[in-house]
Design a protein around this ligand. Structure first.
Ligand code: C2O
Ligand code: CU
Ligand code: CU
Length: 573
């Protein structure tokens, strides 16, 4: 060990010696099928001087890595001990809208949310993070983000490194902006502190063998251009939604916010050496958050963006120090991985187009909000309705001056083309985030299977959290029969409520049969309106919800021997 350190010191450059190296934090793991997660506030010593107020899961910062197996029925308890409402979303995972944790599925302060679902995803790297409308950036940037590793039989059959914390590591790459009191500034364009797993100037000792890294760009806006020092090659084995067909030798990998990639690095024969994980952002063209100029034209500025030494510069994300080989090392990079079957374009039955535009055209557009099809997100508006089982092609047109990382819930998609040309091999696997550059047109294909709901929508949005919070988001329902999507228009539905979710005023209830009584319960099961005592109404009635705290309510309607229930969503905008 002493000898290694000496070698390391001798090979380090002067500038690197100036960096104080901190040991990379490796989040704990939780496994099994029952998960208990507590969202809490805390503090973390990011910088010299005052500690930073943070949010974390089962701790002060980030969250445990959840190890799940495909096919498992998992049951998760999320206790919200934050002083704020939030939600938790399973980014990239294929779950029902009720379990998806979007902005409608509120977890009020002091309450517990209990999603449970079957893990249907392919082996891969997914993540969980808050998704409260207008506060996603605050909750994520203050520290709530965790990795989900899904395993399956296909992956287990390959000779890949998979011992967590030994030859398989999650790397949550983030930049943050701290104020003069070392507090996190949210909705900031001046993120100048780089960290991996919440560790600034991180070093990880890695064995001299093939090691697997699960990269997540957990930053609020910044795109990274991943590479290794001296252009050392690495091998991409997975994109957002699982393994690629074959490992790809790369020297650069573009990683937009929200996206994941699994890579292998062969440290064989490098014992005693250092290697840096870099972002080569000097190579970015204008029009990407992270380039010298974030807008297409150099005159387009963004408040707070300049000066920042990492914009348009090559910078170190973290360092690897190669130490001796471990037991049972993987020594070779497997070339072929799994069979990937892209969805054929001919199987699509419907197309949709989403246009991204700035609200205010022109040179100052980067300081405004961005719209999708001319609209800003509205909790009460369903933007799209998809029929369950359909395969669709979505065309994304970026008519703004900055690149947007588009993300969609529910599905993994395949990119068909970028401006008419096939995507690079690195984007030919399953994806749930795609960076759409200024003036670019990207088409993807996806199949909407398994889960339908006429009440709870899925989201699509820009994963730059400042854009998302600003309203660059839409919502879609997946329904069994697209003809019956109006909330009150279907014959076989006895009870309908609208609008739902409701943001203010009243909710209107329509009951087709005679009704004997109704009850309204809050999310703890307490009856808050008892309509049993002679107040039973037949047909239509309204419930005043203006004074109700935000949350989920349950409406029960008794009609003869039947009981109908409806979930009501009240938000507090
Ligand atoms: Cu990672 Cu809708 O988000
Ligand atoms: Cu998501
Ligand atoms: Cu955006």
């Amino acid at each position: 060990m002493k000898k290694n350190i000496l070698l390391v010191l001798m090979t380090m450059t002067i500038s690197l010696m100036a960096l104080a190296q901190n040991e990379l934090l490796i989040p704990d793991t939780l496994s099994g099928t029952n998960f208990d997660l507590t969202l809490q506030t805390g503090t973390y010593p990011f910088l010299e001087g005052p500690v930073t107020n943070t949010m974390g899961v089962n701790g002060n910062i980030l969250g445990p890595t959840l190890l799940m197996n495909q096919g498992d029925d998992v049951n998760i308890f999320i206790h919200n001990q934050l002083p704020d409402t939030t939600t938790i979303h399973w980014h990239g995972m294929h779950v029902s809208p009720e379990n998806d944790g979007g902005p409608h599925t509120l977890i009020l302060s002091g309450e517990t949310w209990n999603p449970s679902f079957t893990v249907m995803d392919k082996a891969g790297t997914y993540w969980y993070h808050p998704h409260l409308h207008r506060k996603t950036d605050e909750h994520v940037t203050k520290g709530i983000a965790g990795i989900v590793i899904v395993r399956d039989a296909e992956e287990a059959a390959l000779a890949l490194p998979r011992t967590y914390g030994v030859d398989d590591f999650p790397l949550v790459i983030q930049t943050k902006h701290f104020d003069e009191n070392n507090q996190v500034v949210t909705h900031s364009n001046n993120d100048n502190v780089v960290m991996v797993n919440a560790t600034i100037d991180a070093n990880l000792n890695v064995p001299a063998q093939v090691v697997r890294f699960r990269l997540l760009n957990g930053s609020s806006q910044r795109v990274f251009n991943i590479g290794l020092s001296d252009d050392t090659p690495f091998y991409q084995i997975a994109s957002d939604g699982g393994l690629l067909q074959e490992s790809l030798q790369l020297s650069r990998l573009q990683l937009p916010p929200g996206a994941r990639a699994e890579i292998l690095i062969d440290f064989g024969g490098m014992e005693g050496q250092n290697l840096q994980l870099m972002s080569y952002a000097s190579e970015f063209p204008n029009g990407i958050y992270g380039a010298t100029h974030p807008g297409m034209m150099s005159g387009m500025t963004m408040d707070g963006y300049d000066p920042n030494p990492i914009n348009g510069a090559d910078f170190v994300l973290m360092q690897f120090t190669v130490v001796e080989q471990g037991a049972n090392p993987v020594l070779n990079i497997p070339s072929s991985l799994v069979e990937v079957n892209p969805i054929p374009e001919s199987s699509a039955t419907r197309t949709r187009t989403l246009n991204f535009t700035p609200e205010v055209m022109g040179f100052n557009q980067l300081n405004g909000i961005f719209l999708i099809n001319g609209q800003s997100f509205n909790m009460d508006v369903i933007n799209d309705t998809v029929t369950l089982g359909d395969t669709e092609i979505w065309t994304l047109h970026n008519q703004s001056a900055i690149a947007h990382p588009f993300h969609i819930h529910d599905v993994q998609f395949f990119v068909l083309d970028r401006n008419g040309a096939a995507p690079p091999p690195s984007e030919q696997g399953r994806k749930d985030v795609i960076l759409v550059k200024p003036q670019e047109t990207v088409r993807f294909i996806a199949k909407f299977e398994d889960f339908a709901s006429e009440e709870v929508p899925y989201m699509y949005h820009c994963h730059m959290l400042v854009h998302e919070d600003g309203g660059m988001m839409g919502q879609f329902l997946v329904v069994e029969d697209a003809a019956g999507t109006e909330l009150n228009g279907k014959d076989d539905r006895m009870v309908s409520v609208f609008p739902n979710p409701v943001t203010s005023g009243r909710i209107h209830v329509q009951c087709k049969n005679s009704m004997d009584a109704y009850e309204l319960l809050d999310s703890t099961g307490r009856i808050i309106i008892d309509g049993k005592q002679g107040s039973a109404v037949k047909g239509n009635f309204d419930i005043e919800v203006a004074d109700f705290p935000a949350g989920i309510y349950l409406l029960k309607i008794y009609s003869g021997a039947s009981l109908y229930t409806k979930k009501l969503f009240v938000s507090n905008q």
